[in-house]
Design a protein around this ligand. Structure first.
Ligand SMILES: *Cc1c(COP(=O)(O)O)cnc(C)c1O
Length: 342
């Protein structure tokens, strides 16, 4: 069967694939779950996920290798992060085995939709955990749905590896100092829609949020983490309890140090001191590595490496990361999980 998709021009858009995985949590335990062709969730109108935001999600990708195999990048890390988010929102943890086997079953059932190696695309997987059932008071749900669905995607920011501009949000924070910034929950995103729209309308790729307590340090981009390369060959990324711990970011910290010989640092990125960086970028599963051309901060517009070209270290990090994800570069132990098709 051939599928009629323009693989080279996929954006980041929903596409209804034939199969998704769904399981229910009832009476204190997860059911085995199954693949289904039904793309509609069935849930009570009073579900806590709908009223009080008791929900969490994940995002990871399946990649086609040169030989045609399909592989996942660190899915156990996504499982672990969903467990942490579940703890914060008083939801039951999805065991790592259930998480990874659900993801693999969805990839396998929709394997024809994993973009070809040469297209630059991948299959984006969206695990979702929601509190459901007949409860109207503010309290944790007794029942939950865990589902995983998928769609082929290309690049998230329009530019790909072309640098784009970002703008510092002065009127809005993404998270509170001791809130849910480190949990991958929809509530963090609902509040980011308005600043995101304003940034897009003004011609920027996305918003850069500052730390909510002092507004002096970069926290992260709306949906990706921030990194900068200093003039002294350091890879620096913000350390804060209110940013989302990006698996891509931790992978880059490792690769920067062990493959590129840079000094890898998690620390403060003071917005008034951007001159120390010769390159900067945003990183995440969806964003991959998106070079930052410049940052608009009030009246100040700060350009990093170039407004049109990706910097040499950002390019090397990209080649290393994407090379590993697509199977062209040897991965550190445990980073690649193959999906067996039969
Ligand atoms: C998911 C997400 C990221 C990126 O995390 P990855 O694990 O690298 O995909 C960054 N910031 C926010 C707010 C996120 O939700």
């Amino acid at each position: 069967m051939t599928i009629d998709i323009d693989w080279e021009n996929l954006g980041f858009n929903y596409m209804k694939l034939p199969y998704r995985f769904v399981t229910h949590y009832k009476n204190g335990q997860w059911e085995a779950g199954q693949l289904t062709e039904d793309a509609t969730l069935h849930l009570s109108e009073s579900s806590p996920a709908l009223h009080y935001g008791q929900q969490a999600f994940e995002g990871l990708k399946a990649y086609r290798t040169k030989s045609g195999d399909i592989q996942l990048f660190r899915p156990d890390e996504n499982a672990a992060r969903l467990q942490k988010t579940a703890d914060r929102l008083m939801m039951p943890q999805v065991p790592t085995d259930l998480f990874v086997s659900a993801v693999k079953s969805v990839v396998k059932a929709n394997h024809e939709y994993v973009p070809p190696y040469t297209s630059g695309g991948s299959l984006y997987l969206r695990p979702l955990l929601i509190g459901v059932g007949d409860i109207i008071g503010v309290q944790p749900a007794q029942e939950y749905i865990f589902t995983v669905f998928a769609m082929p995607v290309g690049s998230y920011f329009k530019g790909g590896l072309t640098p784009t501009n970002f703008i510092v949000s002065r009127d809005f924070d993404r998270a509170a100092p001791h809130g849910t910034g480190a949990a991958k929950v929809g509530g963090n995103y609902a509040g980011s829609l308005l600043p995101g729209k304003q940034a897009h309308d003004a011609g920027y790729s996305d918003v850069i949020y500052l730390d909510p307590a002092t507004h002096t340090k970069i926290e992260e981009v709306g949906s990706a983490n921030f990194f900068g390369i200093t003039k002294d060959n350091e890879f620096v990324t913000p350390l804060s309890p209110s940013i989302l711990p990006s698996i891509t970011k931790y992978s880059l910290l490792y690769l920067a140090e062990h493959r590129l010989g840079l000094k890898a640092i998690e620390g403060d990125v003071v917005i008034a001191d951007l001159d120390r960086f010769s390159e900067a970028g945003a990183c995440g599963t969806a964003a991959v590595i998106s070079p930052i051309a410049g940052i608009q901060n009030g009246d100040d517009y700060h350009v990093f490496y170039s407004e049109t070209e990706v910097g040499p270290i950002t390019q090397k990090l990209y080649d290393e990361l994407v090379g590993i994800q697509k199977g062209d570069v040897l991965a550190p132990e445990g980073w690649i999980d193959k999906v067996e098709l039969d």
